[in-house]
Design a protein around this ligand. Structure first.
Ligand SMILES: NC(=O)c1ccc[n+]([C@@H]2O[C@H](COP(=O)([O-])OP(=O)(O)OC[C@H]3O[C@@H](n4cnc5c(N)ncnc54)[C@H](OP(=O)(O)O)[C@@H]3O)[C@@H](O)[C@H]2O)c1
Length: 279
């Protein structure tokens, strides 16, 4: 089933999704409708991809079966409140905004049967994203079940080709997803920076040190991906011989409680996510 998809906000995330969907032929440019606060990004997107630029947010809502709210959390109310009455019951509305709960979305769009909260991470830009979503379903004449299936089919059809898609409960699961996969990209870069610096301190040129670091992380991740269902612990033991080099390093990592430090950082990030949601 083909559906018109609209974006309110034409920033980084909207551009990443549009580019990904078009390159995978999941949608045609004339089925994508986009509005933005200022016109610069719209002109660029139209020139690059031939999508339909809309002069107002309301026009996007009028023309689309699925509307993606791709504005920053602080702009959400200003963008949606004035056009709330233009949405119809049948539309799937997907919010990308971090910290805006389904409850808040329902308050903004009381008429809508199906609201989706979606968390993406930056590798979505290169079709290696990790997407997590949760939905609110309400009783309706057609039955909430049918609507749920429509949302799930849409999510699977459009997001699985761009990476890993996970359905979550809102609350602890969604928070954990946000910390581990969205903020998690930043944490992985932090580790990569340590790797690169250590190599540079041993006389390896910056660009090469970066390449070696990236290749190591990429290689380990790809090996793990291709080795499923083997566990990560199994894969680790395959590269760790008793009294060997890896073993010596791992012993120190455990002595210095690297895991405890990481866990503490994850908890701090989760706390901040909760604070932002309350603001
Ligand atoms: N980028 C990521 O990696 C990432 C990851 C996870 C979640 N998210 C979430 O995704 C959402 C979008 O993020 P982003 O990185 O794409 O942000 P962005 O690049 O700043 O894009 C937001 C866009 O919204 C437009 N906008 C603001 N108010 C508007 C209004 N009233 N009507 C229409 N358009 C309006 C802005 O227009 P102007 O051009 O005029 O400023 C801007 O182009 C955010 O809620 C963020 O929390 C992003």
């Amino acid at each position: 089933m083909r559906e018109n998809i609209g974006f309110i906000g034409a920033g980084n995330m909207a551009q990443a999704l549009i580019q990904g969907w078009l390159s995978k032929n999941l949608i045609k440019p004339e089925e994508i409708f986009v509005s933005n606060r200022t016109e610069g990004k719209l002109i660029k997107l139209t020139e690059q991809h031939g999508i339909v630029a809309c002069a107002t947010n309301e026009e996007v809502v009028d023309k689309c079966d699925v509307v993606i709210l791709a504005v920053k959390p602080q702009d959400m109310e200003t963008a949606v409140e004035p056009i709330a009455s233009a949405f119809n019951d049948d539309q799937i509305v997907i919010s990308l905004a971090a910290g805006i709960s389904l409850k808040k979305l329902k308050k903004l769009l009381p008429k809508n049967q199906h609201l989706v909260r979606l968390m993406a991470n930056t590798p979505a830009k290169i079709m290696s994203g990790t997407f997590g979503y949760c939905t609110s379903s309400r009783p309706s004449p057609g039955g909430a079940q049918a609507l749920n299936i429509r949302v799930e089919r849409f999510m699977e059809r459009m997001f699985e080709p761009l990476g890993l898609l996970v359905k979550l409960d809102e609350g602890e699961q969604y928070e954990a997803f946000t910390v581990a996969t969205s903020a998690g990209v930043g944490f992985v870069f932090e580790l990569m920076i340590y790797w690169q610096e250590w190599l540079e301190e041993r006389g390896i040129d910056g660009d090469l040190a970066q390449n070696m670091t990236v290749s190591t992380f990429l290689g380990a991740a790809e090996l793990a991906r291709q080795s499923v269902p083997q566990s990560l612990a199994d894969l680790q033991s395959q590269v760790t011989s008793k009294k060997g080099v890896t073993s010596a390093g791992l012993l120190s990592m455990r002595e210095f409680e690297v895991e405890r430090g990481l866990r503490y950082s994850f908890e701090k990030a989760a706390l901040r996510d909760r604070e932002l949601a309350q603001d």
